[in-house]
Design a protein around this ligand. Structure first.
Ligand SMILES: [Zn+2]
Length: 104
């Protein structure tokens, strides 16, 4: 995960890889802090993949032989992925903040 830290506004915001290194508030240049993903992030990707696969199977009416269980798995994996995504962002944010230390 990447964060953008703006020394001008002392603002720490998560940033996406496709976004430029520009502060959302003042347009100034920000410092990029990357935090490697952890188990939560990997769990999130794995669960989203499972969820996406189940949704795709549903859309193509491909019978996985799971019966109604597939619906529980579909929603369960997507909801769990969101929960893990929240954990991951909170953890990464914490690390990014600590790495900034006294700058904030
Ligand atoms: Zn700024």
């Amino acid at each position: 995960m990447k964060f953008c830290y703006c020394p001008e506004c002392k603002d720490l915001q998560p940033t996406a890889w496709y976004r430029r290194k520009v502060c959302k508030r003042c347009g100034g240049e920000c410092r990029i802090i990357s935090v490697p993903i952890y188990y939560y992030g990997m769990a999130m990707y794995a669960l989203s993949a499972v969820g996406a696969f189940l949704v795709a199977a549903e859309l193509f009416r491909y019978d996985l032989g799971l019966g109604d269980l597939r619906l529980y798995l579909m929603f369960g994996s997507l909801i769990a992925a969101m929960v893990f995504a929240a954990f991951e962002s909170a953890r990464a944010y914490d690390i990014a903040r600590k790495r900034l230390g006294n700058d904030l």
